[in-house]
Design a protein around this ligand. Structure first.
Ligand code: UD1
Length: 364
Protein backbone atom coordinates (compact mmCIF):
# COMPACT_ATOMS: atom_id res chain seq x y z
CA UNK A 1 0.00 0.00 0.00
CA UNK A 2 1.19 3.53 -0.82
CA UNK A 3 -0.32 6.11 1.50
CA UNK A 4 -0.39 9.57 -0.06
CA UNK A 5 -1.34 12.63 2.00
CA UNK A 6 -2.87 15.11 -0.44
CA UNK A 7 -2.90 18.73 0.61
CA UNK A 8 -5.28 21.49 -0.42
CA UNK A 9 -5.94 24.79 1.29
CA UNK A 10 -6.95 27.70 -0.90
CA UNK A 11 -9.47 28.15 -3.71
CA UNK A 12 -7.14 27.49 -6.67
CA UNK A 13 -6.03 24.21 -5.05
CA UNK A 14 -9.45 22.60 -5.13
CA UNK A 15 -9.77 22.23 -8.90
CA UNK A 16 -6.26 20.73 -8.95
CA UNK A 17 -6.87 18.17 -6.22
CA UNK A 18 -10.29 17.04 -7.57
CA UNK A 19 -9.07 15.08 -10.62
CA UNK A 20 -6.24 13.51 -8.59
CA UNK A 21 -8.62 12.14 -5.97
CA UNK A 22 -10.62 10.64 -8.85
CA UNK A 23 -7.59 9.24 -10.67
CA UNK A 24 -6.31 7.39 -7.58
CA UNK A 25 -9.41 5.16 -7.73
CA UNK A 26 -7.89 3.29 -10.67
CA UNK A 27 -4.94 2.25 -8.46
CA UNK A 28 -5.92 -0.11 -5.65
CA UNK A 29 -2.40 0.08 -4.20
CA UNK A 30 -2.82 3.80 -3.46
CA UNK A 31 -4.46 4.85 -0.20
CA UNK A 32 -5.20 8.58 -0.52
CA UNK A 33 -5.75 10.77 2.53
CA UNK A 34 -7.11 14.28 1.93
CA UNK A 35 -5.99 17.15 4.15
CA UNK A 36 -7.62 20.61 3.98
CA UNK A 37 -5.48 23.20 5.74
CA UNK A 38 -8.41 25.64 6.08
CA UNK A 39 -6.42 28.52 4.52
CA UNK A 40 -9.67 29.39 2.76
CA UNK A 41 -12.83 28.76 4.74
CA UNK A 42 -15.76 30.84 3.41
CA UNK A 43 -18.56 28.81 1.87
CA UNK A 44 -18.00 30.18 -1.63
CA UNK A 45 -14.19 30.10 -1.36
CA UNK A 46 -14.12 26.44 -0.27
CA UNK A 47 -17.24 24.30 0.49
CA UNK A 48 -18.93 25.08 -2.80
CA UNK A 49 -15.92 23.74 -4.68
CA UNK A 50 -15.98 20.46 -2.76
CA UNK A 51 -19.67 19.94 -3.59
CA UNK A 52 -19.53 21.00 -7.23
CA UNK A 53 -16.31 19.17 -8.06
CA UNK A 54 -17.33 16.10 -6.03
CA UNK A 55 -14.19 16.17 -3.96
CA UNK A 56 -14.47 13.72 -1.08
CA UNK A 57 -14.90 15.21 2.37
CA UNK A 58 -11.39 15.94 3.72
CA UNK A 59 -10.12 13.28 6.14
CA UNK A 60 -8.48 16.04 8.14
CA UNK A 61 -9.18 19.80 8.36
CA UNK A 62 -6.44 21.84 10.02
CA UNK A 63 -8.72 24.91 10.24
CA UNK A 64 -5.89 27.45 10.22
CA UNK A 65 -7.82 30.37 8.70
CA UNK A 66 -6.28 33.72 7.78
CA UNK A 67 -3.20 35.42 9.20
CA UNK A 68 0.05 37.08 8.19
CA UNK A 69 2.30 34.96 5.99
CA UNK A 70 4.42 33.91 8.94
CA UNK A 71 1.48 33.11 11.20
CA UNK A 72 -0.45 31.23 8.53
CA UNK A 73 2.55 29.23 7.33
CA UNK A 74 3.70 28.42 10.86
CA UNK A 75 0.24 27.31 11.99
CA UNK A 76 -0.18 25.03 9.00
CA UNK A 77 3.22 23.47 9.76
CA UNK A 78 2.43 22.97 13.44
CA UNK A 79 -0.93 21.37 12.75
CA UNK A 80 0.22 19.27 9.78
CA UNK A 81 3.17 17.62 11.54
CA UNK A 82 1.08 15.40 13.86
CA UNK A 83 -1.09 14.37 10.89
CA UNK A 84 1.98 13.14 9.02
CA UNK A 85 3.22 11.34 12.11
CA UNK A 86 -0.15 9.66 12.56
CA UNK A 87 -0.61 8.51 8.96
CA UNK A 88 3.05 7.70 8.19
CA UNK A 89 2.58 8.22 4.44
CA UNK A 90 5.07 7.27 1.74
CA UNK A 91 4.28 10.54 -0.05
CA UNK A 92 2.95 14.00 0.65
CA UNK A 93 1.50 15.61 -2.48
CA UNK A 94 1.08 19.38 -2.71
CA UNK A 95 -0.36 21.46 -5.55
CA UNK A 96 0.16 25.02 -6.78
CA UNK A 97 1.91 27.84 -5.00
CA UNK A 98 -0.05 28.96 -1.96
CA UNK A 99 1.17 29.12 1.64
CA UNK A 100 -0.33 25.68 2.33
CA UNK A 101 1.89 24.26 -0.45
CA UNK A 102 5.25 25.26 1.03
CA UNK A 103 4.16 24.79 4.66
CA UNK A 104 3.15 21.15 4.18
CA UNK A 105 6.05 20.46 1.84
CA UNK A 106 8.53 21.58 4.44
CA UNK A 107 6.92 19.46 7.16
CA UNK A 108 7.05 16.38 4.91
CA UNK A 109 10.70 16.56 3.98
CA UNK A 110 11.80 17.34 7.56
CA UNK A 111 10.07 14.12 8.62
CA UNK A 112 11.79 12.19 5.84
CA UNK A 113 8.61 11.74 3.82
CA UNK A 114 8.91 12.07 0.05
CA UNK A 115 7.31 15.12 -1.54
CA UNK A 116 5.48 15.41 -4.86
CA UNK A 117 4.67 18.85 -6.30
CA UNK A 118 1.95 19.27 -8.89
CA UNK A 119 2.35 22.38 -11.10
CA UNK A 120 6.11 22.48 -10.54
CA UNK A 121 8.59 24.64 -12.43
CA UNK A 122 6.41 27.69 -13.13
CA UNK A 123 8.37 30.93 -12.67
CA UNK A 124 7.34 34.57 -12.90
CA UNK A 125 10.91 35.60 -11.92
CA UNK A 126 9.29 38.14 -9.61
CA UNK A 127 10.31 37.45 -6.02
CA UNK A 128 7.95 40.17 -4.78
CA UNK A 129 5.11 37.71 -5.37
CA UNK A 130 4.57 35.48 -2.35
CA UNK A 131 3.62 32.68 -4.75
CA UNK A 132 6.99 32.86 -6.54
CA UNK A 133 8.82 32.31 -3.26
CA UNK A 134 6.49 29.39 -2.50
CA UNK A 135 7.11 27.89 -5.95
CA UNK A 136 10.91 28.14 -5.86
CA UNK A 137 11.16 26.72 -2.34
CA UNK A 138 8.68 23.88 -2.87
CA UNK A 139 10.44 22.76 -6.05
CA UNK A 140 13.83 22.86 -4.33
CA UNK A 141 12.71 20.26 -1.77
CA UNK A 142 10.47 18.05 -3.94
CA UNK A 143 11.35 14.48 -4.93
CA UNK A 144 8.88 14.32 -7.81
CA UNK A 145 8.03 17.39 -9.86
CA UNK A 146 4.95 17.28 -12.09
CA UNK A 147 5.11 19.96 -14.77
CA UNK A 148 2.19 21.51 -16.66
CA UNK A 149 3.94 23.33 -19.53
CA UNK A 150 7.34 23.20 -21.30
CA UNK A 151 8.69 26.36 -19.58
CA UNK A 152 8.58 24.39 -16.31
CA UNK A 153 11.00 21.78 -17.63
CA UNK A 154 13.49 24.46 -18.73
CA UNK A 155 13.22 26.37 -15.45
CA UNK A 156 13.85 23.27 -13.34
CA UNK A 157 16.77 22.19 -15.51
CA UNK A 158 18.33 25.63 -15.11
CA UNK A 159 17.93 25.35 -11.34
CA UNK A 160 19.79 22.05 -11.40
CA UNK A 161 16.90 19.66 -10.73
CA UNK A 162 17.80 16.27 -12.20
CA UNK A 163 15.68 15.24 -15.19
CA UNK A 164 14.71 11.95 -13.56
CA UNK A 165 12.60 13.75 -10.96
CA UNK A 166 10.74 15.89 -13.49
CA UNK A 167 7.64 14.62 -15.32
CA UNK A 168 5.82 16.66 -17.95
CA UNK A 169 2.26 15.48 -17.29
CA UNK A 170 0.02 18.36 -18.41
CA UNK A 171 -2.40 20.52 -16.49
CA UNK A 172 -4.67 19.15 -13.75
CA UNK A 173 -6.69 22.37 -13.66
CA UNK A 174 -7.62 21.75 -17.29
CA UNK A 175 -8.65 18.17 -16.36
CA UNK A 176 -11.29 19.76 -14.13
CA UNK A 177 -12.32 22.28 -16.76
CA UNK A 178 -12.85 19.57 -19.38
CA UNK A 179 -14.68 17.27 -16.95
CA UNK A 180 -17.03 20.08 -15.86
CA UNK A 181 -17.91 21.77 -19.16
CA UNK A 182 -21.31 20.17 -19.68
CA UNK A 183 -22.35 20.84 -16.12
CA UNK A 184 -21.07 24.42 -16.29
CA UNK A 185 -23.03 24.93 -19.51
CA UNK A 186 -26.23 24.30 -17.53
CA UNK A 187 -25.46 27.03 -14.96
CA UNK A 188 -28.20 29.69 -14.88
CA UNK A 189 -25.74 32.46 -13.99
CA UNK A 190 -26.17 34.50 -17.19
CA UNK A 191 -29.94 34.70 -16.73
CA UNK A 192 -29.52 35.43 -13.03
CA UNK A 193 -27.23 38.37 -13.77
CA UNK A 194 -29.22 39.48 -16.84
CA UNK A 195 -26.30 38.99 -19.25
CA UNK A 196 -26.19 38.04 -22.93
CA UNK A 197 -23.51 35.77 -24.36
CA UNK A 198 -20.50 37.70 -25.64
CA UNK A 199 -21.85 41.06 -24.45
CA UNK A 200 -20.09 41.55 -21.16
CA UNK A 201 -16.61 41.45 -19.65
CA UNK A 202 -15.41 39.63 -16.54
CA UNK A 203 -12.91 41.02 -14.04
CA UNK A 204 -11.11 39.32 -11.15
CA UNK A 205 -8.42 40.97 -9.04
CA UNK A 206 -6.82 39.83 -5.81
CA UNK A 207 -3.01 40.02 -6.06
CA UNK A 208 -1.54 42.07 -3.23
CA UNK A 209 0.55 44.01 -5.81
CA UNK A 210 -2.70 45.19 -7.46
CA UNK A 211 -5.19 45.52 -4.63
CA UNK A 212 -3.06 46.57 -1.63
CA UNK A 213 -1.73 49.79 -3.16
CA UNK A 214 -4.14 52.74 -3.71
CA UNK A 215 -2.18 54.20 -6.64
CA UNK A 216 -2.13 50.91 -8.55
CA UNK A 217 -5.76 50.07 -7.83
CA UNK A 218 -6.68 53.63 -8.80
CA UNK A 219 -4.95 53.22 -12.19
CA UNK A 220 -6.78 49.96 -12.79
CA UNK A 221 -10.08 51.66 -11.84
CA UNK A 222 -9.41 54.31 -14.52
CA UNK A 223 -9.23 51.54 -17.13
CA UNK A 224 -12.45 49.96 -15.89
CA UNK A 225 -14.22 53.34 -15.99
CA UNK A 226 -13.58 53.41 -19.73
CA UNK A 227 -14.21 49.73 -20.48
CA UNK A 228 -17.59 49.62 -18.71
CA UNK A 229 -18.85 52.26 -21.14
CA UNK A 230 -18.37 49.75 -23.97
CA UNK A 231 -19.74 46.58 -22.32
CA UNK A 232 -20.84 45.86 -18.76
CA UNK A 233 -18.26 44.39 -16.41
CA UNK A 234 -19.08 41.63 -13.92
CA UNK A 235 -16.62 41.56 -11.03
CA UNK A 236 -16.87 38.57 -8.65
CA UNK A 237 -14.84 40.09 -5.86
CA UNK A 238 -12.31 38.27 -3.67
CA UNK A 239 -12.68 39.04 0.07
CA UNK A 240 -9.22 40.66 0.15
CA UNK A 241 -10.30 43.10 -2.56
CA UNK A 242 -13.64 43.83 -0.86
CA UNK A 243 -11.82 44.76 2.34
CA UNK A 244 -9.27 46.89 0.50
CA UNK A 245 -11.74 48.95 -1.55
CA UNK A 246 -13.05 50.45 1.68
CA UNK A 247 -9.65 50.69 3.36
CA UNK A 248 -8.01 52.44 0.40
CA UNK A 249 -10.94 54.83 -0.11
CA UNK A 250 -11.75 53.51 -3.59
CA UNK A 251 -15.17 51.98 -2.91
CA UNK A 252 -16.93 55.16 -4.08
CA UNK A 253 -15.20 55.11 -7.47
CA UNK A 254 -16.16 51.50 -8.06
CA UNK A 255 -19.76 52.11 -6.95
CA UNK A 256 -20.02 55.10 -9.29
CA UNK A 257 -19.47 52.95 -12.40
CA UNK A 258 -22.97 52.22 -13.72
CA UNK A 259 -21.68 49.43 -15.96
CA UNK A 260 -19.62 47.62 -13.32
CA UNK A 261 -21.33 45.09 -11.13
CA UNK A 262 -19.63 43.68 -8.06
CA UNK A 263 -20.89 40.22 -7.08
CA UNK A 264 -19.85 37.68 -4.44
CA UNK A 265 -17.13 35.16 -5.39
CA UNK A 266 -18.85 32.55 -7.56
CA UNK A 267 -18.75 28.78 -7.41
CA UNK A 268 -16.73 26.89 -10.01
CA UNK A 269 -19.57 26.06 -12.43
CA UNK A 270 -21.07 29.56 -12.47
CA UNK A 271 -17.66 31.12 -12.90
CA UNK A 272 -16.81 28.79 -15.78
CA UNK A 273 -20.08 29.59 -17.55
CA UNK A 274 -19.50 33.31 -17.01
CA UNK A 275 -15.94 33.16 -18.35
CA UNK A 276 -16.73 30.92 -21.30
CA UNK A 277 -19.25 33.44 -22.64
CA UNK A 278 -17.43 36.70 -21.87
CA UNK A 279 -16.16 39.08 -24.54
CA UNK A 280 -12.94 39.78 -22.64
CA UNK A 281 -11.66 38.61 -19.25
CA UNK A 282 -9.40 40.99 -17.31
CA UNK A 283 -7.62 39.31 -14.41
CA UNK A 284 -4.54 38.93 -12.26
CA UNK A 285 -5.23 35.26 -11.54
CA UNK A 286 -2.86 32.53 -12.68
CA UNK A 287 -5.45 29.82 -13.26
CA UNK A 288 -7.79 32.02 -15.27
CA UNK A 289 -5.02 32.67 -17.81
CA UNK A 290 -5.00 28.91 -18.42
CA UNK A 291 -8.77 28.44 -18.42
CA UNK A 292 -9.40 31.22 -20.97
CA UNK A 293 -6.79 29.63 -23.22
CA UNK A 294 -8.87 26.45 -23.37
CA UNK A 295 -12.20 28.26 -23.47
CA UNK A 296 -11.01 30.43 -26.40
CA UNK A 297 -11.76 33.74 -24.70
CA UNK A 298 -9.51 36.80 -24.71
CA UNK A 299 -7.58 37.24 -21.45
CA UNK A 300 -5.88 40.50 -20.50
CA UNK A 301 -3.61 39.86 -17.55
CA UNK A 302 -3.23 42.88 -15.29
CA UNK A 303 0.38 42.08 -14.38
CA UNK A 304 3.83 42.71 -15.83
CA UNK A 305 4.79 39.02 -15.86
CA UNK A 306 3.34 35.55 -15.96
CA UNK A 307 4.61 32.22 -14.70
CA UNK A 308 2.45 30.58 -17.40
CA UNK A 309 4.04 31.76 -20.70
CA UNK A 310 2.40 29.03 -22.78
CA UNK A 311 -0.90 30.93 -22.38
CA UNK A 312 0.70 33.76 -24.35
CA UNK A 313 2.64 31.78 -26.97
CA UNK A 314 -0.15 29.27 -27.61
CA UNK A 315 -3.17 30.78 -25.91
CA UNK A 316 -5.38 33.84 -25.71
CA UNK A 317 -3.48 35.69 -22.99
CA UNK A 318 -1.72 39.07 -23.14
CA UNK A 319 0.15 40.92 -20.40
CA UNK A 320 -1.17 44.46 -20.06
CA UNK A 321 0.28 45.69 -16.76
CA UNK A 322 -1.53 48.38 -14.76
CA UNK A 323 -1.21 51.45 -16.99
CA UNK A 324 -4.79 52.44 -17.92
CA UNK A 325 -3.92 53.48 -21.47
CA UNK A 326 -2.21 50.18 -22.15
CA UNK A 327 -5.14 48.21 -20.69
CA UNK A 328 -7.71 50.19 -22.68
CA UNK A 329 -5.73 49.94 -25.94
CA UNK A 330 -5.39 46.16 -25.54
CA UNK A 331 -9.09 45.89 -24.74
CA UNK A 332 -10.03 47.86 -27.88
CA UNK A 333 -7.82 45.62 -30.01
CA UNK A 334 -9.59 42.56 -28.62
CA UNK A 335 -13.00 44.06 -29.35
CA UNK A 336 -11.97 44.92 -32.90
CA UNK A 337 -10.42 41.56 -33.76
CA UNK A 338 -12.31 38.26 -33.80
CA UNK A 339 -10.32 35.67 -31.86
CA UNK A 340 -8.55 33.13 -34.02
CA UNK A 341 -8.67 29.64 -32.60
CA UNK A 342 -5.43 28.98 -30.75
CA UNK A 343 -3.69 25.58 -30.58
CA UNK A 344 -4.20 23.63 -27.35
CA UNK A 345 -1.01 23.47 -25.26
CA UNK A 346 0.60 20.01 -25.25
CA UNK A 347 -0.98 17.57 -22.77
CA UNK A 348 -3.77 19.91 -21.68
CA UNK A 349 -6.03 17.05 -22.66
CA UNK A 350 -7.87 16.20 -19.45
CA UNK A 351 -5.58 13.30 -18.54
CA UNK A 352 -2.89 14.96 -16.42
CA UNK A 353 -4.13 13.51 -13.11
CA UNK A 354 -4.24 10.01 -14.62
CA UNK A 355 -0.58 10.38 -15.62
CA UNK A 356 0.36 11.58 -12.14
CA UNK A 357 -1.50 8.74 -10.39
CA UNK A 358 0.18 6.17 -12.65
CA UNK A 359 3.65 7.59 -11.91
CA UNK A 360 2.98 7.60 -8.15
CA UNK A 361 1.61 4.04 -8.26
CA UNK A 362 4.80 2.91 -10.01
CA UNK A 363 7.03 4.44 -7.29
CA UNK A 364 6.15 1.80 -4.74
C1 UD1 B 1 -4.26 33.07 -1.61
C2 UD1 B 1 -2.94 32.66 -2.22
C3 UD1 B 1 -2.89 33.12 -3.67
C4 UD1 B 1 -4.10 32.64 -4.44
C5 UD1 B 1 -5.35 33.09 -3.70
C6 UD1 B 1 -6.60 32.65 -4.39
C7 UD1 B 1 -1.00 32.63 -0.73
C8 UD1 B 1 0.25 33.33 -0.36
N1 UD1 B 1 -1.80 33.29 -1.56
O1 UD1 B 1 -4.32 34.49 -1.57
O2 UD1 B 1 -1.74 32.59 -4.28
O3 UD1 B 1 -4.06 33.16 -5.74
O4 UD1 B 1 -5.32 32.56 -2.38
O5 UD1 B 1 -7.73 33.15 -3.75
O6 UD1 B 1 -1.21 31.53 -0.30
N2 UD1 B 1 -10.43 35.62 3.28
C9 UD1 B 1 -11.76 35.47 3.55
N3 UD1 B 1 -12.32 34.23 3.39
C10 UD1 B 1 -11.61 33.16 2.98
C11 UD1 B 1 -10.24 33.33 2.71
C12 UD1 B 1 -9.67 34.57 2.84
O7 UD1 B 1 -12.46 36.40 3.93
O8 UD1 B 1 -12.18 32.05 2.85
C13 UD1 B 1 -9.83 36.98 3.41
C14 UD1 B 1 -9.16 37.20 4.73
O9 UD1 B 1 -9.40 38.50 5.12
C15 UD1 B 1 -7.68 37.04 4.42
C16 UD1 B 1 -7.61 37.51 2.98
O10 UD1 B 1 -8.86 37.16 2.40
O11 UD1 B 1 -6.89 37.76 5.29
C17 UD1 B 1 -6.50 36.90 2.20
O12 UD1 B 1 -6.55 35.45 2.28
P1 UD1 B 1 -5.18 34.60 2.15
O13 UD1 B 1 -5.49 33.15 2.13
O14 UD1 B 1 -4.18 35.09 3.14
O15 UD1 B 1 -4.61 35.03 0.76
P2 UD1 B 1 -5.34 35.24 -0.65
O16 UD1 B 1 -5.25 36.68 -1.00
O17 UD1 B 1 -6.68 34.59 -0.69
Amino acid sequence: MITILNVCGARPNFMKIAPLMRAYRAHPTIRPVLVHTGQHYDKNMSDLFFTQLQIPEPDVNLEVGSGSHAVQTAQIMQRFEPVVLEHRPQWVLVVGDVNSTIACGLVAVKLGVKLAHVEAGLRSFDRDMPEEVNRVLTDAISDLLFVSEPSGIENLRREGVSDGRVHFVGNVMIDTLRASRDQAERSPVLEQLGLRKGEYNVVTLHRPSNVDDPATLGRIATAFEEIQKDLPIVFPMHPRTVANLEKLGLAGRFRAMAGLRIVEPLGYLDFMKLTANAAVVLTDSGGIQEETTILGVYCLTIRENTERPVTITQGTNQLVGTDPERIIAAYRRCRATPLRSAPVPDKWDGKAAERIAAILAAQG
